[in-house]
Design a protein around this ligand. Structure first.
Ligand code: RTP
Ligand code: MG
Length: 143
């Protein structure tokens, strides 16, 4: 089934401030199923690989430092139209522009430390899921 999967990371700031439970609650209440989930700490090399598309951007160094600064939660989420619907509930990259009730509006500290990631396309969701999870871990029993 196309368009049913997205990959999220609860970023280091939100984990440090103990917002994991509140964020997962919002994700489930929005209709997503958690197909796989783990706590990991990225190395700087991991973060560079994950965000390679941004390597020429001025914020890349800051992004890599932040994403490797502490543990994150990575999860595969399932829902129809998952990529677009998830980006709606996380809100704009910059929390000052994020709509009320979105995860970034509630939990982001700044544009760099913006609480959560969501894949930007079905292709990214596939690549990012494989980055974190083996085939065995990718339970798709809800599909
Ligand atoms: P993400 O990939 O993390 O879900 O975020 P996004 O699609 O909303 O934004 P993207 O353009 O892909 O940027 C990736 C992450 O880089 C950081 N960023 N900092 N300081 C800045 O100007 C800036 N711009 C982007 C954010 O952490 C953003 O989520
Ligand atoms: Mg992005």
């Amino acid at each position: 089934m196309a368009g049913t999967k997205t990959l999220t990371m609860i970023k280091p700031g939100a984990v440090k401030h103990r917002h994991i439970g509140a964020i997962i609650d919002m994700i489930e209440k929005a209709g997503f199923r958690i197909a796989a989930i783990k706590s990991v700490k990225l190395t700087a090399e991991d973060a560079m690989e994950f965000y390679a598309e941004h390597k020429e951007r001025p914020f890349f160094g800051e992004l890599v430092d932040f994403m490797s600064s502490g543990p994150i939660i990575a999860a595969i989420l399932l829902k129809e139209n998952a990529v677009a619907d998830f980006r709606k509930i996380i809100g704009s990259t910059d929390p000052s522009e994020a709509a009320d009730g979105t995860i970034r509006k509630m939990f982001a500290i700044s544009k760099s430390m913006n609480a959560i990631h969501g894949s930007d396309s079905d292709e990214s969701a596939e690549r990012e899921s494989t980055f974190f999870f083996s085939k065995k871990e990718m339970l798709e029993k809800y599909l």
